[in-house]
Design a protein around this ligand. Sequence first.
Ligand SMILES: Nc1ncnc2c1ncn2[C@@H]1O[C@H](COP(=O)(O)OP(=O)(O)OP(=O)(O)O)[C@@H](O)[C@H]1O
Ligand SMILES: [Mg+2]
Length: 246
Amino acid sequence: MSLLELAAVAKRFGTVEALRGVTFAVEAGSVVALVGDNGAGKSTLMKCITGIYRPSGGTITLAGLRIDQLEPGAIRKRGVEMIYQDLALAPQQDVAANIFLGREPTTRTFGLPLGRIDHARIEREAARMIERLGARIPSVHYQVGQLSGGQRQSVAIARALTFEPKLVIMDEPTAALAVREVDHVLELIRELQRQGIAVILISHRLTDVFAVCDRIVALRQGRVIADELTASTTMTQVVAHIVGAT
Ligand SMILES: Nc1ncnc2c1ncn2[C@@H]1O[C@H](COP(=O)(O)OP(=O)(O)OP(=O)(O)O)[C@@H](O)[C@H]1O
Ligand SMILES: [Mg+2]
């Protein structure tokens, strides 16, 4: 049994068939690339996995349990985290606050919640997540708005880690980054893998895909057109799948 199994997943928007019979699996702790041209169905597929969309057909199972009829919150509880391209961070707040955004731990006295935000704990835990990732962030007191694109990506990944995910989905994490920062984000993806976390990486940058992914799944017009081990394919072949020359 694989960590994530997609079987004949379909999604229609009116007359548009965005996904047709999508079948593939993601093993625990593996890094799988999802590639395809604009409009191929990548984002739609990820939204089906995270529960934002309900598939029109097929099944999605996580660790053997069906998740395709669950709400996003329930799917997240089972260990699926998605990092969106806009990262959904609050630029005017510091790193620690961003890592716990929307679910700040509160202080307790004799085990009773007092409803006051536990800033000491937020800082401690945030620093621990940054440390666990080996992210290059000078201090958890930095405002996120002052960080570079790569450092922001690190904050988003650290935030995802606090949910103890089994699977992290990343939509174009390196698209807007400087060359030097790309390597750092790729290193963070490898670190997630070392910690046993599976990653689905959506990317148009095939150099990144070949640098970190074990497998490459290519979508074209809503169908899986290729599903290959990175070691047994080439960039030329993958480009051919994407543009439809195969
Ligand atoms: N909410 C929606 N309503 C109607 N059609 C949609 C909706 N979302 C996506 N589509 C259509 O489904 C198809 C797949 O779109 P999707 O956004 O999944 O592509 P993508 O592979 O993520 O592309 P890109 O690389 O540009 O992000 C497209 O034809 C798109 O127009
Ligand atoms: Mg997309």
